[in-house]
Design a protein around this ligand. Structure first.
Ligand code: TXA
Ligand code: MG
Length: 310
């Protein structure tokens, strides 16, 4: 159910939850100060309680009261990328954030989303916690319609149009004297080199422990089997690119042009949702694309959808 900006503010200020637009994906928001709202997020999504939430702030000033100490180059990173698709994990002061949000960690993840409607909400309602607004195990929603597919037509959604990035934020964590990427996302690893003086390493595990708890949980996989190797057999639908030629007899589902990874990223989750709606059994995916920039995130998300990695 599409709701007005005023209604969204009212629901957030009365311990309720609302789906909100961001430039990455839609979020399922509650006020950071509402224990009841935070609990409702976990039950609505079917989210494991060990998976902490991202705190959305308007800007750095809204984050400062919670932070114990700012890691090196924090200011440079926020100046360059906030508001935008970057989440930073930082050490927090004790007893100032609900343990439901942090899953008991001594750190919290913060991001300042760029979408103007959500920026305005943060001004009125203060910091908001928001995981992606999908049911656990579904792809993140990039339109209000996707949210309604998962949470029902009566669920309150503040419609802000399709998300412009279409992939979740990149998450950085400072450890062992360096920033590390603990979740690939809408900002390519190379984006940070000019600000940090080095490219952050991609670090999902520390020993056998996941640094980003969300990486431990089952990710979305369509009902269709995704085939990522070899050549497409006759008549198998192909998930491919609009600027490449494929055999004539195979139905084609287009991710967008190879020349435009931003467009492919923006369409990816919608296209994956379409596979289920078309009740396809098997789909051959064209994985012949570059290994740098946003393509690294696109490859990882397709491999996860194919069940090749968790
Ligand atoms: O783009 C996004 O980041 C979207 C929009 C709505 O902002 N949000 C999003 O939230 O993707 P969610 O809940 O689907 O993913 C948050 C990830 C999880 O993998 C969680 O484990 C990780 O952030 N996370 C949260 N707090 C953390 C912390 N203190 N340390 C490490 N990882 C953390
Ligand atoms: Mg999510």
């Amino acid at each position: 159910m599409r709701i007005s900006f005023e209604k969204a503010c009212q629901l957030l200020q009365s311990n309720d939850i609302v789906a909100i637009p961001t430039e990455t994906v839609y979020g399922l928001a509650a006020s950071l100060s509402s224990e009841a709202g935070i609990t409702k997020i976990f039950t609505t999504k079917g989210r494991p309680s060990q998976n902490p939430l991202i705190i959305h702030v308007k800007n750095k000033d809204q984050l400062l009261p919670y932070v114990k100490e700012l890691p090196p180059q924090f200011n440079e990173l926020t100046q360059a990328f906030w508001p935008g698709p970057l989440t930073l994990v930082v050490p927090i002061k004790p007893n100032c954030i609900s343990t439901k949000v942090t899953a008991g960690l001594q750190t919290a993840a913060f991001r300042a989303p760029a979408h103007p409607l959500t920026q305005a909400l943060l001004t009125v309602a203060g910091p908001l916690v928001a995981p992606s607004a999908n049911l656990s195990g579904q792809p993140s929603p990039t339109t209000a319609h996707h949210v309604e597919q998962d949470l029902g037509i009566d669920f309150p959604v503040l419609n802000g149009g399709p998300s412009s990035k279409g992939l979740e934020s990149t998450i950085l964590y400072f450890a062992d004297s360096n920033w590390q990427i603990i979740r690939l996302g809408a900002l390519a690893p190379e984006s940070f080199t000019s600000i940090l003086g080095y490219q952050p390493s991609i670090q999902f595990e520390n020993g056998h422990k996941a640094i980003c708890p969300g990486q431990l949980f089952r990710h979305y996989a369509p009902n269709a089997k995704l085939i990522l190797e070899g050549k497409p057999s006759n008549f198998t639908p192909i998930l491919g690119f609009s600027d490449r030629h494929y055999p004539k007899g195979n139905p084609l589902i287009l991710l967008g042009p190879l020349s435009d990874p931003e467009e492919v990223a923006k369409r990816l989750y919608d296209v994956l949702r379409q596979l289920d709606h078309k009740h396809l059994q098997e789909v051959w995916v064209d994985m012949d694309f570059p290994n740098h920039g946003l393509w690294i995130t696109i490859r990882e998300r397709i491999q996860k959808a194919a069940g090749k990695i968790i």
